[in-house]
Every structure is written in structure tokens, then in C-alpha cells.
Design a protein around this ligand. Structure first.
Ligand SMILES: NC(=O)c1ccc[n+]([C@@H]2O[C@H](COP(=O)([O-])OP(=O)(O)OC[C@H]3O[C@@H](n4cnc5c(N)ncnc54)[C@H](OP(=O)(O)O)[C@@H]3O)[C@@H](O)[C@H]2O)c1
Length: 252
């Protein structure tokens, strides 16, 4: 797999899975647009750690009105062409139905969907419009095991990722004639800030026991699947969803 002369935009690439994905693509010769929301220090650190050159930071809250269009435009202004778009940025908010008031309940749904679904659908729109002009491209969306097995403490998160899966499959059909291929990676429990910050120690212990590997995924294991779906030769896998969850939840 060779990504020499390929321009890759990764949302939420300042840390966690996005950062590991940026490193994995850069190791294969790609130029990376590192998108992040607020943490410039982390983003700069990621930039410094990437092998190769011509990588760039793009600070942009993708959930803001007009954010996705601006991000894609800024990327195109800088690199001239978008070859691969990885929609990785996501949020998860605790809002267990029997423990929160109605205001918290509704704001969790709104904020989760704004980032995890509406921003991604808008990025797919603007990304695809740019790719159509240059003869094609690849989009990989980062979903979650939670889309399939339920998320009792974060129902909006699970629902947003289930919707993301469905949207990705619809777009795989709609965009194949334009030579734009869409893949989805659905990680299980992965060792990142999101996983560490949102879990209690007891929840963490339980989650570790769910996988026969008795461990969580490392971000680079998720990155490996993302890079595969974006690579030459993987076109006919368009519309697929790859689970990276240590056999903790197996779908038929
Ligand atoms: N970790 C897990 O166990 C796990 C499991 C299943 C699926 N996933 C999925 O994998 C993806 C990455 O998760 P992670 O654990 O690596 O996350 P993370 O460590 O929390 O990092 C999130 C990244 O997304 C960025 N971000 C968040 N909201 C954004 C916004 N509105 N605009 C632009 N950037 C934004 C953050 O930027 P700042 O640092 O500037 O805020 C950061 O770079 C997410 O879609 C998540 O749902 C994770």
C-alpha cells in the first residue's frame, strides 16, 4: 500500500485513533491535513511526530454551521486535491435515561448528532463534491461497536453511529459511479482519551473482560483497518463495515 502523492484529510487527528491514523498514512507517504477542534498543543505535537513532510493543521469545529464546507475548502486551497477523507472525530455524552433530566437528555441527543452524524454527512457532501471534480476518491467513516449492540448509558452515541453506518452504505451505492469508495470501521473499546475519560474503573474492568483478548484495542490497530479501506485494491469492499473489537461482539 503506497500513498505517495496522496492528500489525506483526517478529522479529530490531534489524538487517539485520528492521530494513529495520521501516522499510519504518513508512514506510507501521504500528506496529512490534521483537523482538530480546540487543542492546538496536541495537534502541534501530532504534526511534529508525523514522518514525511507537507503535513498541515486545520483547526475547525466540524459541528459549527458551515464548518465542514470551510474545512474542505481550506484543505483544497492548500493541497489542490482531496484523495482520502477520514471522518474520525466523534463525541460521546453520558445521558442514561433514568439518571438525567429532560434538558440534559435532549441536549445530549442534539450535540451528539451534530458532531457524529450531521457534520459527517456535510463533510461527505463537500468531500465528495471535491472528489467528483478530480475523478474520484475514498471516504472512511469511523463508527463504533455501540451501533450494533446498544449503548445504555449513551443512547444518542449508539444511534448516531448506527445512522452513520446506514448513511455510509447509501453513499457507497450513490457514489460508486463517481469512483468514490466508502468504507466504515467500527472499533470496540480502544485505548484513547475518549475511552479513558468516559469510563469508571468498574466499567473499564467489565469492558476488558468482554474480549477474549482481555485487552482493549490500540489506536494503531483501528488505523490499520482505515488505511486498508482507503487503499488501492479495496474498491470492491465499498459499503463494508469492518469490526475492530477483539471478537467482543460478533455480528452475523
Ligand atoms: N476510543 C474508543 O473506545 C472508541 C470506540 C469506538 C469508536 N470510537 C470512535 O473513534 C473516533 C475517535 O475516537 P477517539 O477515542 O480517538 O477520540 P478522542 O481521543 O476523544 O479524540 C477526539 C478527537 O476528535 C476531535 N474532535 C472532537 N469533536 C470535534 C469537532 N466538533 N470538530 C473537530 N474535531 C473534533 C478532538 O479534537 P480536540 O482535541 O481539539 O478536542 C480529537 O482530536 C470517534 O468517532 C469515536 O466515536 C472510539
Amino acid at each position: 500500500m503506497d500513498f505517495n502523492n496522496k492528500n489525506v484529510l483526517i478529522t479529530g487527528a490531534s489524538r487517539g485513533i485520528g492521530k494513529a491514523t495520521a501516522i499510519a498514512f504518513a508512514e506510507k507517504g501521504a500528506k496529512i491535513g490534521i483537523n482538530y477542534r480546540t487543542n492546538t498543543e496536541n495537534a502541534k505535537r501530532t504534526l511534529e511526530e508525523l514522518p514525511g513532510k507537507d503535513h498541515t493543521l486545520f483547526q475547525q469545529d466540524i459541528s459549527e454551521d458551515g464548518g465542514p464546507e470551510k474545512l474542505v475548502n481550506d484543505f483544497i486551497s492548500h493541497y489542490g486535491k482531496l484523495d482520502v477523507l477520514v471522518n474520525n472525530a466523534g463525541i460521546s455524552i453520558f445521558h442514561k435515561i433514568d439518571e438525567v433530566d429532560f434538558e440534559h437528555w435532549t441536549s445530549a441527543w442534539e450535540n451528539t448528532f451534530k458532531t457524529n452524524l450531521f457534520a459527517v454527512s456535510n463533510l461527505c457532501y463537500w468531500g465528495a463534491m471535491a472528489m467528483v471534480k478530480t475523478g474520484g476518491g475514498r471516504i472512511v467513516n469511523v463508527s463504533s461497536r455501540g451501533a450494533f449492540r446498544g449503548e445504555p448509558t449513551k443512547p444518542a452515541y449508539g444511534a448516531s453511529k448506527a445512522a452513520l453506518n446506514s448513511m455510509s452504505q447509501s453513499l457507497a451505492k450513490a457514489l460508486a459511479p463517481h469512483k468514490i469508495y466508502i468504507g466504515v470501521v467500527a472499533p470496540g473499546f480502544t485505548e484513547t482519551e475518549m475511552a479513558v475519560v468516559t469510563l469508571t474503573p468498574a466499567e473499564r474492568e467489565n469492558l476488558l473482560r468482554e474480549s477474549p483478548f482481555q485487552r482493549m484495542a490500540q489506536p494503531k490497530e483501528v488505523a490499520h483497518a482505515i488505511v486498508f479501506l482507503a487503499s488501492e485494491g479495496a474498491e470492491y469492499a465499498s459499503g463494508t463495515i469492518i469490526d475492530v473489537n477483539g471478537a467482543s461482539y460478533l455480528r452475523s
